[in-house]
Design a binder for this molecule. Structure first.
Ligand code: G6P
Length: 487
């Protein structure tokens, strides 16, 4: 029985199977896992002060994870001898078809698209009988989490339920265990009502009511919290939204709305970056880049990250400012993500096509203008942050974006940050970042040029202030504030 439980789709570890059937463990990626692993621990990154008695409940994401669960007593990976960095982890073996529909069809193809405004006309949503079946799987998947949490929670325990995969679980858990204190946290933006209304009415209402089963609903920025309140007001009948008190009352239950920005644990990130594997990657990169200026980006290959427009901006900069030819390199790390979805596979191909065009157009025997890397390599990302002159973070829309915070913390010479105004991080970093409209490729191109020209002392001063802002709300505080809000 645990006093504090965390629930998220992706846990701190996942597994792959090698040809000989052996299981290899790796760290989970993305902002949610980075933030939570700093609190609970994770492989290769033990928590600074491991929180006693936190149980992390997550889903098996594929066949290799399922194999690992089957070998672990009751899904407890830490008890099965896996190095989870001190975290107590229970992985749920949800039937593969249910998981696939809940994760791919509902969470990632529908809710993620709605919150990130990713639909376009040719790909407008199409809700039919099959979507109903997908939705039932999403309900079953949420119920599996609610059951596990209800079973593992001590009397009066606190449960912190994460993200859009688990929007129904708070209410389901309250029904099962009214004694618990429940927080739900959204790591994504929240859609404005005009976009949220794309969802079928009953599904849109169930998502809102599901989250309102929590005692506290947390968001990364004021903007996303306000959008949630707007949707509650617009789409739920019989609720009372009190904007001054920041509460929503639904069926007699009061949910407090909170804003909890998520930042970086600067000390442990710097410690990780000081390890020899990072130095080795830095040396290899230095060999490729030489003494040229360096523009870096680090993303999952994700539609909302706007990588194609970012590359187009680099191309336009090279076209408009030929003085940079031979003097700058763009390192673009675009790690694989959600490849079960055709949109993501097509997007990966589009990124590769655009990169190929830039290399063909500008490359010379002695100058590689762009290096695109698609294999996930965390130490190499840390090495690139250290070396960057400019860090480009240009999402169409993003809950927070931790790359914009990690980069300045690890920058060795002070890097300039070109940042989309649509990233949650912009609400904290706007004073010292160079802010762009992510759709405006020409503006982004010109801003990259200005960033490269920024005098070194100005760059260093801005970067120091960015690093201070990025570490102002470390994950420990982000999580602690949410738990405290339940008291
Ligand atoms: C975002 C979401 C997280 C998710 C991460 C990686 O940060 O908010 O919930 O874990 O992306 O996506 P994935 O689908 O690979 O878990």
């Amino acid at each position: 029985m645990s006093q504090v439980l965390v629930a998220s789709n992706r846990g701190p570890v996942s597994f792959s199977l090698s040809d000989d059937g052996a299981l290899t463990m790796r760290r989970g990626g993305g902002g949610l896992v980075s933030g939570l692993a700093a609190v609970t621990g994770g492989p290769g990154r033990p928590a600074r002060e491991p929180s006693a008695d936190v149980l992390w409940v997550c889903a098996a994401l594929g066949e290799a994870d399922r194999a690992a669960v089957r070998q672990a007593p009751d899904g407890r990976l830490d008890e099965a001898g896996h190095d989870t960095g001190g975290a107590a982890v229970r992985m749920l073996d949800i039937p593969a078809a249910t998981f696939h529909r809940a994760y791919n069809a509902v969470a990632n193809s529908t809710l993620w698209f709605v919150h990130h405004l990713l639909y376009d006309t040719p790909r407008a949503p199409h809700f039919d009988a099959r979507s109903r079946r997908d939705w039932q799987s999403y309900e079953a998947y949420n119920a599996a989490f609610a059951d596990a949490l209800a079973r593992d929670a001590a009397q009066g325990a606190k449960a912190a339920i994460q993200d859009y995969h688990l929007s129904l679980a708070p209410r389901m858990l309250r029904d099962r265990r009214p004694d618990l204190k429940i927080v739900h946290f959204s790591h994504t933006p929240w859609a404005p009502p005009e976009y949220y209304r794309l969802l079928p009415d009953d599904i849109g209402a169930q998502v809102l009511e599901g989250i309102l089963g929590a005692d506290h609903a947390g968001f990364l920025t004021e903007r996303w919290a306000m959008a949630f309140l707007d949707c509650c007001e617009r789409f739920l009948s019989g609720v009372r939204v009190d904007r001054a008190a920041r509460t929503v009352t639904c069926g007699g239950h009061v949910t407090q709305i909170g804003v909890h920005g998520l930042g970086i644990d600067g000390e442990s990130l710097r410690r990780r970056a000081a390890e020899p594997d990072v130095a080795a990657r830095a040396e290899a990169l230095r060999g490729q880049v030489g003494d040229r200026k360096l523009i870096v980006r680090v993303d999952r290959t994700e539609l909302s990250k706007n990588i194609v427009r970012g590359l187009a901006a680099y191309r336009e900069m090279l076209t408009n400012h030929p003085e940079w030819h031979g003097r700058v390199v763009h390192l673009a790390f675009a790690y694989p993500s959600r490849h079960d979805l055709p949109e993501y596979r097509e997007y990966t191909a589009a990124v590769q096509r655009m990169a190929g065009q830039i290399i063909d157009e500008f490359g010379t025997p002695d100058w590689e203008p762009l290096i695109l890397q698609v294999n996930d390599d965390f130490p190499r990302s840390l090495a690139a942050y250290g070396m960057a002159d400019v860090l480009l973070v240009n999402p169409i829309r993003d809950g927070m974006n931790l790359v914009a915070k990690e980069g300045p913390v690890l920058s060795e010479r002070g890097s300039a940050l070109v940042l989309s105004r649509e990233a949650g991080a912009a609400s904290e970093l706007a004073a010292d970042a160079l802010i762009v409209n992510p759709y405006d490729v020409s503006q982004t191109a010109e801003t990259l040029h200005q960033a490269l020209l920024m005098p070194e002392d100005e760059r260093a001063e801005r970067c120091a202030r960015l690093a201070a802002a990025a570490t102002a709300l470390p994950p420990q505080q982000w999580f602690g504030d949410q738990l405290a809000a339940l008291d």
